[in-house]
Design a protein around this ligand. Structure first.
Ligand code: PLP
Length: 490
């Protein structure tokens, strides 16, 4: 497999969809179609006064000049072809519902009810949602944990090999790589093992839209030989929020099945702003990705070194996660040495220093460095973290907030689909250990479900959710609507 051959630069200086929209704006057309604001004319005046009319003029719809996402023959087709070339895929598809929609599409495009699929247990909840929709049977694989930190790393090839040996009939292997913290699997080994039995390899690469474009980053899913992947182009690179892509390569994916699922999972009114942002983000990465990512990686390494010279703080680094791969642009800063939880530190950084982190956990705060950062933002983050450490001197025995992410999961009692659609009764969470849930509990971020339909709730999970709620984590479940009850199979 050829790694980091760089994007195929043929035609990459073009942005066909963006150019088509720009051309359309130059024409004097009277709009008698959606969206109802008619290129900004009907937008609330307060909004217009704040941001101007420009962006609204481009909020167009399916027109002969702008093409149709579901039967592309013009600029959208050309834009997707250029994306496929840049990403080393056979085909690429624009997504307007994030990697969430992409994961649903991937699972529905590949799996049939009753198919076995090997899935890491630390997967995003959209993957479990896909299992509910398909009726596939998950074989959960447990991720490795970091030595010395309460941090989920990722799954190793050996765990996948074992799961395949125990489930030789599994039709597919699903991998999430990189994680929220930038920890990447040895995808090439996993793909080799999985392909031996003609299993399809699907990758949730939500956090890796940039991997392809820099030689020092871990290999992307397409470079590693995966059959299909999704990525959130709105993370790290410059597409707008919700914009994502799906790539496929090789003979194992039935393109007709995949394209018919895209008709079901995508809105019939995809945003042309989102799609144009995908076209431009691809062009930017293909032409300038290496240089822009060089800068982002260097800035991240400078921040990492400064943090690791600051008493009471520690920033995760590549050797800490070896032999897993690592994306250094993810900064995971442990603050428990200051006697603070990640939530407390994140609040202080926001209120006192005007620095907004990506996420917090009980013992760390995570920051994303992207192609948009510069020396100014680097210095601001370093200054804020040093200030935090000055205000909260490290002290003996201050590691008092320890809350462990549950690591023991019982075998699945029912498929996610059967549990989700089962008759239910409602019980208080604190009495729910041993019950089979019909719904999720997810701690946000990173959005990994602690409780999933079909898998018995453990006392450890109840304890974790209760503790995380007390610490100020966002708990996404029906319980957030003011109840502390959960639905379990009757
Ligand atoms: C691993 C993983 N997969 C999928 C998603 C969903 O991505 P999106 O927000 O683009 O829908 C996320 C979101 O953070 C994620 O962390």
């Amino acid at each position: 497999m050829k790694h980091k051959g760089g994007a195929d630069l043929r035609g990459q200086a073009r942005a066909p969809l963006f150019e088509a929209l720009a051309r359309y704006l130059g024409q004097d057309k009277a709009a008698f179609h959606t969206p109802g604001h008619k290129q900004g004319a009907g937008i609330d005046p307060d909004w217009l006064a704040l941001v101007g009319r420009g962006i609204f003029r481009m909020d167009l719809t399916v027109l002969p000049e702008t093409d149709c996402l579901f039967q592309p023959t013009g600029p959208i087709r050309q834009a997707q072809l250029l994306a496929a070339r840049a990403y080393g895929a056979d085909r690429s598809y624009f997504l307007v519902g994030g990697s969430t929609g992409g994961n649903l599409t991937m699972l529905m495009g590949v799996l049939f009810p009753g198919d076995k699929v090997i899935v890491p247990r630390h997967t995003h909840k959209s993957v479990i949602a896909g299992l509910i929709m398909t009726g596939a049977l998950p074989v959960y694989v447990h991720p490795e944990l970091a030595q010395g930190w309460d941090l989920i790393l990722n799954v190793c090839p050996e765990s996948i090999r074992r799961a395949i040996a125990e489930n030789p009939g599994a039709r597919a292997v699903f991998i999430s790589s990189p994680t929220y913290h930038g920890v990447c699997c040895d995808l090439e080994s996993i793909v080799k093992t999985s392909h031996l039995g003609d299993r399809i390899v699907m990758v949730d690469q939500a956090h890796g839209p940039h991997l392809r474009f820099h030689p020092s980053l871990p290999a992307s899913a397409m470079e590693s030989g995966a059959d299909i992947c999704v990525e959130s182009s709105h993370k790290i690179i410059s597409a707008l929020t919700q914009a994502a892509m799906l790539h496929m390569r090789g003979p194992n994916i039935d393109v007709r099945d995949l394209e018919s699922v895209l008709l079901l999972t995508q809105t019939t009114s995809p945003s042309y702003l989102l799609m144009a942002s995908l076209d431009l983000a691809r062009r930017q990465m293909a032409l300038r990705g290496r240089e822009m990512l060089d800068r982002a990686i260097n800035l991240a390494q400078e921040i990492r070194r400064a943090v690791n010279r600051t008493r009471g703080l520690y920033c995760l680094d590549a050797p800490d996660v070896a032999p897993f791969g690592f994306d250094p642009a993810k900064l995971t800063v442990f603050v428990d040495g200051l006697g603070l939880t990640g939530y407390q530190a994140s609040r202080i950084l926001n209120r006192k220093y005007g620095v907004q982190a990506e996420m917090a956990d009980w013992d760390h705060v995570a920051f994303i460095i992207s192609i948009a950062d510069d020396a100014g933002s680097r210095d601001r983050l370093i200054g804020a973290l040093r200030g935090l450490a000055r205000d909260h001197r490290p002290g003996k025995g201050k590691r008092r907030h320890k809350v462990k992410f549950p690591s023991n999961y019982p075998p699945m009692s029912m498929t996610p689909r059967d549990a989700y659609f089962s008759p239910y009764r409602t019980v208080p969470l604190k009495q729910a250990a041993g019950e089979i849930p019909t719904e999720f509990i997810t701690v946000y971020p990173p959005g990994i479900p602690v409780v999933v339909p079909g898998e018995r709730i453990t006392a450890e999970a109840v304890e974790y959710v209760t503790a995380m709620r007390r610490l100020g984590a966002i708990i996404v479940s029906p319980m957030t609507r003011g109840s502390d009850h959960i639905r379990v199979v009757a």
